[in-house]
Design a protein around this ligand. Sequence first.
Ligand code: ADP
Length: 628
Amino acid sequence: MQTQTMAFQAEVAQLLKLVTHSLYSNPEIFLRELISNASDACDKLRFEALNDAALYENDTELQVRVSFDKTAKTLTISDNGIGLSQQEAIDNLGTIAKSGTREFMSKLSGDQKNDAQLIGQFGVGFYSGFIVADRITVESRRAGLPAEQGVRWASAGTGEFEVADIVREGRGTSITLHLKDDAHDYLNAWKLKGIINKYSDHISLPILMPKEVWKEGENDQPGEMVVTGDWETVNQAAALWTRAKKDITQEQYDEFYKQISYDSQPPLATTHNRVEGSTEYTQLLFIPGKAPMDLFNRDKAAGVKLYVKRVFIMDEAQALLPTYLRFVKGVVDSADLPLNVSRELLQESRAVKAIREGCTKRVLSMIEDLAANDAEKFGTFYAEFGAVLKEGLGEDFANRDRLAKLLRFVSSTTDTVSVSFAEYKARMKEGQTAIYYITADTLAAAKSSPQLEIFRKKGIEVLLMADRVDEWALNYLQEFDGTPLQSVAKGAVDLGQLQDEGEKKALEEAQTRFKPVLDRLKEALKDKAADVRATTRLVDSPACLVVQDGDMSTQLARMLKQAGQAVPEVKPVLEVNAQHPLVRKLETSDNFDDLAQILFDQALLAEGGMPEDPAAYVRRVNQLLEKA
Ligand code: ADP
């Protein structure tokens, strides 16, 4: 192949423009990105070589070399990793496969600090070289291919790039940056070492630089640094998690977290442990301070990377944590798994089961620790991840009690998401035997729900729940610490000892005296309501809907229907307030049926539902208004 000139995919060209024009505030990150790519290339080689050791070509010491040429004004980053074939160079360096790129571009805010953080997140790492270079040359050969099938790729970072065949003995990739005039300060070993220490210390491969020594000047000439021809390792070259805890600073943990998570903020909590015993592994796990946009996608893989004996095996190893902890980031390095472990095998492995249990416990301890010792961080955590944590009630029976203790709610007497079940219990009224809660589409709807009226009147606190997951999750939690949980929208209210004799009597009376009206209502609403009964739960409202114990709530049914799922038709019970003037009117009304329909539809509206026939509802109400 002769030299061919090709155009960048339109997205790349656009991206390059943005990279070079808006990301100069923190230009040094280019080195981190290129070293990280080199390290990935070595990981890929190691992984492919598990099945084909010949790929090593007798060169098993994987490493990254960083060197510069002061005269030519170039900086070169080389690796002996997997390398690129000619086609791969064209595909991987000329197009952006990831659909995330468009998203990346839409997110560029013009705030350079933010934008620089986004670069790694969307995999535009390689192109960050153009922040400091006006020309980049890549020479590469893929492991296993003959020397004649090397490739040279070059571009000035504008609309096009060139590719040509070359002969290249060494496997792997060398990336040479022709530095811009204002980037010549990178031609300095001391500066480069500083950047490597800052960003790339934890890279488990050795990063080498030419060794320099100080040569004294002669005859009063100043001395200078001269290159000896040897190479020296300039990073720790030990994966962060393999180092002793006492030798790692929080800053190093934070930096590591930022690199694996692409988050610009430090994590809320960090845990790092070597677990010994029947299954041996190291865990380094982080709780982020912010939820990703796709947090509620349960298919999204967890952010935990799996290593086996320090060899990278896979990203997003789902089997290592339960789905409800999918927001956790980090690394698990196991000594007990085979190197060729597959995702399928992971699901079945006993060692993985033990690791998963261990990691789950650790994460829960981290959260408990925040709850006990750092109210502000716990508040942040809960606002971001509280709703996913609740999924655990239905998913992780073994830890259900621990999870229940971590949950916080708004209640009818507080405005912040702060009430735990334990706190609620401590404030229960004398004679109160259940933890009362209500679920609704929104907190506002929950708060103004007619079902709360009697509770408010009696000063009984009710937990308000409006997360989509609440209804489902609460199904799995029948009690807390011996006290049953009771939805105030399910079944008849039985306030037990909280109800005084007078109220009980009034209810009985209402049921008997009102029976004829209730029977007529039942008949009029037989298609819509499973039953009609008098209630004491209402104070100001004429009627409300409740479902029978064990039935799905109307909100959940509505939610599932909207999601396109088949839901069994559940008819609610209409409860009426016999004291209410509107209900009283029924006894003497000459358009009973219309009034009955209005009563039902209003109860439905009050809980966020929609009358079956809204137009008919409006017509009936208007007729009444005309008469009034
Ligand atoms: P990302 O690394 O997020 O995929 P980059 O733009 O940094 O995005 O790199 C694009 C692709 O180019 C990589 O996915 C990889 O296939 C290839 N690549 C980059 N650097 C190297 C390298 N040093 N060795 C082999 N392949 C590389």
